[in-house]
Design a protein around this ligand. Structure first.
Ligand code: TRP
Length: 374
């Protein structure tokens, strides 16, 4: 059953071994000392940090050194707008919002319409439509409009392009080939793209004419872009950005790979626009279960929460309360809690969240202007 693991910005496949990724990517695991250091400033730890959903980093200690000297950082993350937003994206951004609140910092959010046009078989017009659509989901999470700036690669090209070429000049095709598995058949826009993703990490430094530290929260598949670009920042006179890496919310079908909404079949993901009936249907029909085939066996042998997709959704996103999560874990494992019951609990949690999100998403249509960088 073991499938070969592939993790890069353009493909995530197989059983994900996060410890192996830490080694392969050359990043550092988040240890207790770093958690304590973060907690000194945030007073509490977000459950995604407590539970290791955000599990690795680059240069977070440096970032906190600077912060403690009074050199505040800003946050940078982004979205490739190729389709609808699903729960996996929202998990990462919920954590970003927490960081913005706790540290009181700016967020620069990049929409890479160029990237998705270059990499997907979709028209420029369709990607524009998803760009506008996806912005609503980001706004709905409650980011501070005074401290949050949306940039769109092709719409803010005058800001981004003059900097992107400076990165491009210092990155060779052979580096990009080995970092992303590209070949001579890749189109030339794809080869160039990493330099666009590198730029927002220095935009505030350019605008304020002084170096400002940057923290990039991302799902670990995006790390290779920065692994390549981080060598270039100092050459251009900037700090290397710090990074904090998150895990993937698994697809409904099982704990390998990541949730993905770009396929034709929607069975892998729950979208932010799904109705409560759709959520119920998808979870009941598709969510991979760690339970036993019959109730009798389940009562006797118990279930396996580690491979149960609903339990993982609760752990990684929807059940903030550690005591409740532990009880669900223990009851499922002992056989006291049945798969149907665990699914119903998860459905309720997701629907509660989505009801609020969908309301905020509607309201966001009137707020767009406050977020778009001009
Ligand atoms: N390439 C990312 C995607 O496909 C979007 C993105 C742009 C991003 N800049 C980023 C993601 C910075 C994380 C951090 O979704």
């Amino acid at each position: 059953m073991e499938k070969d693991m592939i993790v890069n910005p353009y493909e995530v496949k197989g059983d994900i071994d996060y410890d192996k990724l830490i080694k392969e990517f050359g990043v550092e695991k988040i240890n207790n000392k770093l958690l304590e250091r973060i907690k000194k400033h945030t007073k509490e730890l977000h459950f995604m940090l407590r539970r290791g959903v955000f599990f690795a980093n680059r240069d977070m200690n440096w970032l906190l050194d600077e912060y403690e000297k009074g050199n505040k950082f800003f946050l940078y993350t982004g979205r490739g707008p190729s389709g609808p937003i699903h729960l996996g994206h929202l998990g990462t951004w919920t954590f970003v919002k927490w960081l913005q609140d706790k540290f009181g910092v700016e967020l620069w959010f990049q929409f890479t319409d160029d990237e998705k046009f270059l990499f997907k078989d979709k028209s420029f017009e369709e990607i524009q439509k998803w760009t506008d659509d996806n912005m609503l989901d980001v706004i709905a999470l409650g980011f501070d409009p005074k401290k949050t700036h949306f940039i769109v690669d092709t719409r803010n090209a005058n800001l981004l392009y003059p900097e992107a070429i400076k990165f491009a000049k210092k990155i060779t095709f052979s580096t990009v080939k080995s970092a992303f598995g590209m070949t001579n058949e890749n189109n030339i826009g794809q080869i160039f793209y990493t330099s666009m993703q590198a730029v927002p990490a220095i935009i505030p430094s350019i605008l304020k004419k002084k170096n400002i530290p940057c923290l990039i929260p991302l799902a670990i598949d995006q790390d290779p872009h920065f692994r390549v670009a981080r060598d270039v920042y100092p050459k251009l006179g900037y700090y290397k950005p710090a990074i904090i890496h998150g895990m993937f919310l698994p697809p409904l079908s099982g704990i390998s790979g990541k949730m993905d909404s770009s396929g034709n079949e929607n069975s892998a993901s729950i979208l932010t626009t799904d109705t409560s009936e759709e959520v119920k249907r998808k979870i009941n029909k598709y969510a991979f279960s760690g339970g036993q085939p019959t109730i009798e066996e389940h009562r006797k042998l118990g279930g396996n929460p580690d491979i149960d997709v609903c339990f993982q959704y609760l752990r990684m996103f929807f059940e903030e309360d550690d005591a409740k999560l532990k009880k669900i874990h223990d009851d499922y494992k002992s056989g006291k809690l049945l798969t149907g019951e665990l699914k119903q609990y998860t459905i309720n949690k997701i629907n509660e969240f989505l009801k609020n999100h969908q309301k905020k998403r509607e309201e966001a249509k009137k707020q767009l202007d406050k977020f778009i960088y001009k």
